[in-house]
Design a protein around this ligand. Structure first.
Ligand SMILES: Nc1nc2c(c(=O)[nH]1)N[C@H]1C(S)=C(S)[C@@H](COP(=O)(O)O)O[C@H]1N2
Ligand SMILES: [Mo]
Length: 257
């Protein structure tokens, strides 16, 4: 896979864009119109963030004493979708994480298979866009290990997470939760498919049996109830085309913190 080359190129491009932005900033601050344009240009924000804070850097990690005694649950807390309810009632014995799309070897991983892959534990702070934070310990399979097992094809640019829940009860699929990240975040060391929270199997309110942790981004990127992972070359054909449930409703796709 040429992912390494792509990442190197991205970092180069980001560094130049970051530098450009900084030197241009002083001259531009006078113009409010220009400021608004820049603030709205998510692509530029993203590049500046990449330039100033290399995206391979780790999100802060905390000690066991910092773990929040009552980590908040937000969004869907108990999916009512019949397929999910059946899985939940059988203790997720029949759960299979489907990995497909632009991969060489589509997978359907059971929970024991997922637990057998190289994993990671991390105590991190979850920041919700609504203004609250909680600290929790997450253990899961590295997304990089899952993607390596499936073998990403060269055309793959984004990883999409399809969830079991409809946050908005629509008759069609438009209310279903989904999310997406780029390969930079997909291969980040702290990006995991968590199956344990605070040392116990992930509870239903927090996304059982598997949820994404993508620690450099805001809470809504951390897809819960992940049923299927799809590698794609474009986000245009998913949902309303913005790459996620909340993105389709106006939130930024790159939610860096
Ligand atoms: N499938 C799914 N994933 C989701 C959501 C959701 O409603 N459904 N809510 C998001 C939001 S806004 C936040 S802040 C976190 C909340 O995770 P928690 O319930 O473990 O606190 O999950 C995110 N992932
Ligand atoms: Mo959130």
């Amino acid at each position: 896979m040429s992912g390494i080359d792509r990442r190197g190129w991205l970092r180069g491009a980001a560094a130049s864009a970051g530098g450009l932005m900084l030197s241009a900033c002083d001259r531009l601050t006078q113009s409010q119109g220009v400021q608004r344009t820049l603030a709205g240009a998510e692509g530029l924000t993203k590049l500046v963030q990449r330039g100033l804070f290399p995206r391979t850097a780790l999100a802060p990690e905390f000690g066991p004493e910092d773990i929040s005694p009552d980590f908040r649950a937000n969004g869907t807390r108990n999916p009512q979708d019949p397929g999910y309810v059946a899985l939940r009632d059988s203790g997720f014995a029949g759960y299979r994480l489907v990995v497909d799309g632009l991969v060489e070897r589509p997978l359907a991983l059971s929970l024991p298979e997922l637990r057998a892959l190289p994993g990671r534990s991390q105590i991190t702070r979850h920041d919700c866009v609504e203004g609250w934070s909680s600290i929790g310990k997450w253990t899961g399979a590295r997304l990089s290990a899952v993607l390596q097992a499936a073998g990403l094809r060269d055309e793959a640019r984004f990883i999409v997470f399809h969830c079991a829940d409809k946050l908005e009860p629509t008759p069609d699929e438009s209310g279903r939760y989904y999310e997406s990240i780029d390969l930079e975040d997909a291969f980040h060391e702290q990006t995991i498919l968590a199956y344990d929270m605070n040392g116990a199997p992930l509870p239903v309110p927090h996304g059982a049996p598997v949820r994404l942790r993508v620690e450099r981004q805001l809470g809504y990127k951390h897809a819960k109830y992940v049923m299927r992972i799809e590698a794609v070359d474009s986000l245009a054909r998913l949902g309303r085309g913005k790459g996620g449930y909340w993105e389709d409703r106006g939130y930024e796709w790159y939610a860096g913190i």
